[in-house]
Write a protein that binds this ligand. Structure first.
Ligand code: COA
Length: 162
């Protein structure tokens, strides 16, 4: 693939996301990582803060561009002539939701945008950003879930939430 896109809310980005991004970056010439607004989620971090964390943990991967976006993914993709969305597949629970998104994006792009699934490795099957926030809110151990470069930011924000 010449160009592909991986998107998420990344509140915060986890090692599970990083694993998928690393593998996806090897499958394309350029991978755009889009930090999005999900209207159904109230986030701990602003979009700019989430983008900054994404930048700090992905700085070693050369063929990545990180952007902030609020809108329909397929509209942005049309502008940059990108036809592939990368999604990580974790447990069975992801399947139905992911199919809905994949068919949705296919249909609203008039069949232009395909979704490519990468199976998450066993180690990261059950991680999510909300799990990380919950563990952080009880001062739990975060090193299995988060890159060292952002752990302190999550600890500080967790205290501010209390
Ligand atoms: N490792 C660890 N966690 C992962 C993961 C992985 N590989 N993949 C997903 N997750 C987590 C996410 O952190 C998120 O956790 P949370 O619910 O606790 O915050 C959860 O699994 C769901 O992930 P995802 O589906 O990527 O949700 P999201 O909110 O991060 O992103 C959007 C959803 C923003 C990508 C999607 O709503 C979107 O594309 N919106 C744009 C608008 C649009 O075009 N809509 C039309 C769709 S047809």
């Amino acid at each position: 693939m010449k160009i592909a896109l991986y998107s998420g809310t990344f509140d915060p980005i986890t090692k599970g996301h990083q694993e998928i991004i690393k593998r996806a970056s090897k499958m394309c010439e350029k991978l755009v990582v889009a930090v999005l607004v999900n209207k159904n989620k109230k986030t701990w971090f602003s979009q700019a803060e989430r983008k900054e964390m994404v930048q700090s943990v992905l700085q070693d991967i050369p063929n990545i561009e990180i952007i902030e976006y609020d809108g329909l993914l397929v509209d942005y993709m049309a502008k940059i002539d990108c036809k592939y969305i990368i999604r990580g597949l974790r447990a069975v629970a992801d399947y139905e939701y992911e199919l809905t998104l994949a068919y949705g994006n296919f249909e609203i792009s008039s069949g232009e945008v395909e979704t490519v699934f990468i199976p998450s490795s066993k180690k990261y099957l059950y991680i999510s950003s909300s799990l990380v926030r919950e563990v952080a809110s009880y001062d739990g151990k975060l090193d299995n879930y988060l890159d060292d470069r952002i752990v302190e930011k999550i600890r500080v924000r967790s205290k501010e939430q209390k």
